[in-house]
Design a protein around this ligand. Structure first.
Ligand code: SAM
Length: 245
């Protein structure tokens, strides 16, 4: 009888601790919102589906609202990012983790009507959205969509001049194998560009534990045989690195 009572007390105490943790997490979330800092961004993708990250971007309409929010441009600077990539008319560019196409159409204008933009994502809904945009937007005729596997962007071998990842590289697992695949997708003088959140406490982006530091990314590319060929520092929250094999 005494043993049963002890179990009951321990069970109740564990319940109180879990409830307290939940309420603390909720309070932190509310505090951020009240301070006006909270940008749902990827925070929500990770927190809602932490056990099933691959499907966290399924709700396309919601992500359109988030990724295409007008105020994003002030810090994401898509035109400056694309200008800094120094693309030439006629080039083939892959936008891996294209999402709603936030960068895709800027890239399309940079490569012109003789170029080719491969918008790549693991979410079919995102790609359908990009196809709809491509029918209406300037430069859309050069945009093709590719449904990726989580471990393979399914790019054509040896044909890509630039592979861009914006806020996507940290989503990849088995990155060493992934980088090997990218090497074979690149044409002569091909490059890979990474724009991703600095591993700091920032008002936007994923939780700290999901981020990769700039140095970690450089190290991973070096281990896969790439060298750092360029770096831009004009973004407020992100590093911007360019690699060559
Ligand atoms: C944070 S969003 C970034 C979207 C876009 N690049 C932008 O800056 O607005 C990340 C995107 O990467 C996609 N993604 C996640 N893992 C991926 C993978 N292994 N291969 C390709 N896309 C992936 C998600 O579906 C999502 O659309």
């Amino acid at each position: 009888m005494r043993l049963i009572s002890l179990f009951a007390v321990a069970f109740l105490a564990a319940g109180v601790v879990i409830a307290q943790q939940d309420s603390d997490h909720h309070k932190q979330h509310q505090d951020k919102q009240h301070q006006g800092q909270y940008q749902p961004d990827e925070d929500d993708a990770h927190s809602q589906h932490s056990g099933d990250r691959l499907h966290s971007f399924e709700d396309t309409e919601r992500w359109v609202e988030m990724f295409e929010r007008p105020e994003r441009a002030a810090t994401q600077k898509p035109e400056e990012v694309v200008a800094a990539l120094g693309l030439q008319p006629g080039q083939t560019v892959a936008d891996v983790g294209a999402g709603t196409g936030y960068f895709t159409f800027h890239l399309a204008r940079a490569v012109g009507s003789s170029g080719r933009i491969l918008a790549v994502d693991i979410e079919a809904g995102m790609l359908e959205h990009i196809q709809q945009r491509a029918a209406d937007e300037e430069g859309g005729a050069v945009v093709e969509t590719i449904l990726a596997a989580p471990d393979d962007p399914n790019l054509p071998d040896g044909e890509v001049d630039l592979i861009l990842f914006v806020n996507t590289y940290h989503h990849l697992s088995d990155r060493n194998d992934y980088l090997d695949l990218l090497s074979s997708d690149l044409g002569a003088d091909g490059r890979v560009a990474i724009v991703d959140y600095r591993k700091e406490d920032l008002p936007v982006g994923p939780p700290l534990s999901h981020k990769l530091s700039r140095d970690e990314v450089v190290k991973e590319f070096a281990a896969a045989g790439f060298s750092l060929a360029g770096e831009e520092t004009f973004l407020d929250y992100q590093y911007f690195l360019i690699f060559k094999p």
